[in-house]
Design a binder for this molecule. Structure first.
Ligand code: G3P
Ligand code: CA
Length: 265
């Protein structure tokens, strides 16, 4: 539905709540997403992983050690084991000034729980993580999006954006449904501007790129924009940095700290 495409407009500047309001609440929990929504973000960002028994959950790292009281790989645990983990106490210990009793024992959410909690009240910016090790991840993601009515024509285009470092994963999604806006992620560790041909290849399936702000300058952003790609930068928590990127023609930032950058909207 192109008549509501402000989210994908070339003049847009989006605030994408990276792992929710993760500077002030435990990342990838319903509490973190709710806080970001209350702060009027444009999107909640979700890192998607698949449990051993094939359930899609919101989780960043391959292993649960950093952000829960457990240890081991997400991909080697069933959902029932993941659900036993405390995904909040680590945050209270790490950030005592932001700690809250209600975070103790908070669970890792499934994607379905996130859609049930927030419905179409927010926009979703979902990353397929380790797609090559998660058979059927793309199909399962799309099925849930259809089931929860999140790809309906009546919703603004860009209501759901899917991102990945894996071009294969994005191409799989594009083949399943070429109407879903996709973002090709790149760290650009080489700090080089891709050739127009490379950008053109991205453009065949993606509406834009997501790139580390540490490795993209004004020339990089301009070249991508010239190639017809939107440019979203990760991960930007300082207002001055966001202002600079906006002045360079960026279309949005992933931020852990929506509060700090809210004036960019
Ligand atoms: O999705 C954008 C950015 O989050 C990519 O890096 O490791 O934080 O998922 P990562
Ligand atoms: Ca991510």
């Amino acid at each position: 539905n192109d008549q509501h495409s402000a989210l994908l407009d070339e003049n847009s500047f989006l605030l994408i709540a990276h792992r929710g309001a993760s500077a002030i609440a435990p990342e990838h929990t319903l509490a973190s997403y709710q806080m970001a929504i209350d702060m009027d973000e444009d999107f909640i960002e979700i890192d998607l992983q698949m449990t051993k028994d094939g359930v899609l959950v919101a989780f960043h790292d391959d292993i649960v050690d950093r952000t829960t009281d457990g240890s081991g790989k997400v991909a080697e645990m069933d959902l029932a084991d993941i659900k036993k983990l405390d995904a909040g106490s680590w945050f209270n210990a790490e950030k005592p000034d932001r700690a809250k009793d209600e975070y103790v024992g908070i669970q890792v959410p499934t994607l379905e729980e996130i859609f049930t909690a927030f419905g179409d009240s927010t926009n979703y910016y979902i990353e397929t993580k380790q797609p090559d090790k998660s058979e059927g991840m793309e199909e399962d993601l799309l099925e849930l999006l259809y089931q929860y009515g999140l790809l309906e024509e009546s919703l603004p285009k860009g209501h759901v954006i899917i991102q990945s470092f894996s071009a294969d994963s994005l191409k799989t999604i594009h083949e399943l449904d070429d109407d879903i806006p996709l973002i090709q992620l790149t760290d650009n560790l080489e700090q080089e501007i891709p050739s127009p041909e490379t950008f053109k290849l991205y453009r065949e399936y993606a509406v834009g790129i997501g790139v580390s702000h540490k490795n993209a300058d004004d020339a990089y952003i301009a070249a991508a924009r010239r190639a017809g790609l939107l440019v979203h930068l990760f991960t930007v928590d300082r207002l001055a940095e966001g202002e600079k990127l906006k002045s360079w023609g960026a279309n949005g930032i992933f931020t852990n700290d929506i509060e700090a950058v809210s004036s960019l909207k």
